[in-house]
Write a protein that binds this ligand. Structure first.
Ligand SMILES: NC(=O)c1ccc[n+]([C@@H]2O[C@H](COP(=O)([O-])OP(=O)(O)OC[C@H]3O[C@@H](n4cnc5c(N)ncnc54)[C@H](OP(=O)(O)O)[C@@H]3O)[C@@H](O)[C@H]2O)c1
Length: 309
């Protein structure tokens, strides 16, 4: 029987790729994020399966309770709860407005914690279920100009380990943390920016589809923590074993690889309100091989259809 999967953060990047990946497996979906227009688009992309969309702001009190209620009313059950909703902000800590810092932490850490609370209460009552969260390599290491995001991701790491310890007496309930390195999603362009230069994912960059596969895989093979990214282990080792050297190198590396040369005026990005125009699976930082291979084929196909009827 197909599962019922909730995806919070389903309108962009990893969450949107995850929604599509579960749809390809025939699972029924409950998709949540703030932008209702984009949610409707994603429902269209997953039209092969039964989809409920629920506009949801994870920072609004009661919003996630309303989400689980809507899912249960429609499908009568929830088997998997995936949480990928997050926002980002660039800026030196003392120059980033406090209201922006607070909203990033409210979304990325407190929103995730509320999602876990709501999902676990349901799964404890039901006796089983899987919660899958996206943390980050930045939950194990640090980088300058991303204080609110890094603080949130370290918080998620601590929260997950604690809850995993509390769940040891409930083996049918799983909590998995997927920690990507750099991923080609729109999150960098959507970020608030008080640094003056547009951010970008430092290489090596992986695809959101690859992270989505790791998330889907956690349902069949639940693991405490999954790392996705070729350099994650090396960077963690450098951060832990050689902290002095790491701290000397990380600033120049961040400025060279993690920021583009493009200037940008200070703005709040999608931190307080969604920006549907900027939402997509990919962020345009990696060539999309599917488009390169199938793009010309579909152009030729369209031309042939026009020519022959
Ligand atoms: N991209 C990377 O390089 C990378 C690396 C490591 C970890 N991650 C993690 O992977 C996860 C997904 O990131 P991504 O890169 O896919 O980001 P993304 O493309 O920007 O997508 C973020 C999603 O979160 C939703 N969201 C933001 N604020 C929300 C709110 N208040 N309430 C509900 N939904 C909200 C957005 O939709 P709306 O704006 O419509 O609400 C969107 O669907 C995050 O946890 C991120 O930290 C990403």
């Amino acid at each position: 029987m197909s599962r019922v999967v909730v995806v919070v953060g389903a309108t962009s990047g990893i969450g949107r790729a995850t929604a599509r990946a579960f749809a390809e497996r025939g699972d029924r979906l409950v998709l949540a994020a703030r932008a209702s227009t984009t949610l409707a688009e994603v429902r269209g992309e997953c039209a092969a399966v039964d989809v409920l969309t629920v506009p949801t702001d994870v920072t609004e009190p009661g919003a996630l309770d309303a989400l689980v209620d809507a899912a249960l009313e429609r499908f009568g059950r929830v088997d998997v709860w995936v949480h990928t909703a997050a926002v980002m902000a660039y800026g030196r800590f003392d120059e980033l407005p406090g209201r922006v810092f607070d909203q990033v932490v409210r979304t990325d850490l407190l929103g995730t914690a509320e999602s876990v609370r709501v999902a676990l209460r349901h799964f404890r009552a039901a006796g089983a279920g899987t919660v899958i969260l996206t943390g980050s390599l930045l939950g194990h290491i640090t980088a300058p100009y991303m204080s609110a995001y890094v603080a949130s991701k370290w918080g998620i790491q601590g929260l997950v380990r604690t809850v995993q310890q509390e769940l040891r007496d409930s083996p049918e309930i799983r909590l998995c943390l997927v920690n990507p390195g750099s991923v080609d999603t729109p999150v960098y362009q959507q970020a608030a920016n008080y640094l003056g230069r547009v951010g970008r994912p430092p290489p090596p960059v992986t695809s959101p589809q690859r992270v989505a596969r790791a998330i889907v895989d956690c349902v069949d093979r639940p693991r405490r923590e999954v790392s996705v990214g070729r350099l994650n282990v090396v960077l963690r080792a450098g951060f832990t074993v050689l902290p002095g050297v790491y701290d000397v190198l990380v600033g120049p590396l961040m400025r060279a690889a993690g920021l583009s040369g493009r200037p940008v005026a200070a703005h709040d990005g999608s931190v307080f309100a969604p920006n549907p125009c900027g939402e997509a699976v990919r962020g345009g930082h990696l060539p999309d091989l599917r488009k390169i291979v199938f793009g010309p084929v579909s152009v030729v196909g369209a031309a042939l259809r026009r020519r022959f009827g």
